[in-house]
Write a protein that binds this ligand. Structure first.
Ligand code: AMP
Length: 195
């Protein structure tokens, strides 16, 4: 499978996240999957790429031209394929279309924007791909709680919880992605907040 990993660009995060994501991506590659990502060289994007390389996996990066032209931040230098896009929006669409499944590792606003876009598109029936969080050291506990608050207060249908899953173990996460069968719950149900 082509698996897209969304994750932090920050290089200032605790090293425990870096080692966990390197190990996750190495295991991903050893299970025969390739990486699709935002081509950043730092933080957890860099960790995902290094881990994939270590596991012998193939890497496709997508990055807007302005990162290169404005020397904005380090681009990962060893992608097997690197595509330059005109905008962040075009890059996000390219990653979403290319990938068969998504893993969200710890990240900041960019990562959350990517998660909320893929889950919104899934809710609206634009794709039926698996979405999994890798919840390292409880990083996403508060986001999980907030998702439940959304449905408890009827801002989101409770059926939407089935659109994503949260894992603390890499094995269980990959097993979920590899055996995922889309349930094709209609957008009318996923948008219906009376349940
Ligand atoms: P953040 O979580 O705010 O660090 O943003 C990371 C996510 O946004 C990544 O998955 C990328 O797709 C995108 N992104 C943000 N900053 C960068 C960067 N410096 N290099 C490449 N992609 C980035």
């Amino acid at each position: 499978m082509k698996i897209c990993i969304f994750g932090a660009a920050s290089a200032a995060i605790d090293h425990k996240y870096v080692t966990a994501v390197e190990a996750l991506a190495e295991q991903m590659a050893k299970r025969g999957h390739s990486l699709v990502f935002g081509a950043g060289g730092s933080g957890l994007m860099g960790a995902a790429a290094r881990g994939t390389k270590r596991g012998g996996g193939y890497i496709r990066g997508f990055i807007p031209k302005f990162f290169r032209d404005e020397g904005l931040e380090a681009i990962y230098g060893s992608c097997d394929e690197l595509t330059y896009t005109d905008s962040m929006a075009e890059r996000k669409t390219a990653m979403e279309d290319t990938a068969d499944a998504f893993i969200i590792v710890p990240g900041g606003i960019g990562t959350l924007e990517e998660f909320y876009e893929v889950i919104t598109l899934k809710q609206l029936g634009r794709h039926h791909k698996a979405i999994a969080f890798y919840n390292i050291d409880g990083y996403y506990d508060t986001l999980e709680a907030f998702m439940h608050e959304m449905s408890a207060k009827k801002f989101m249908a409770s059926a939407c919880h089935s659109m994503y899953a949260v894992f603390t173990e890499a094995d269980a996460l990959f097993s979920y992605l590899e055996h995922y069968t889309p349930d094709y719950t209609p957008a009318q149900v996923l948008k219906h907040t009376e349940n």
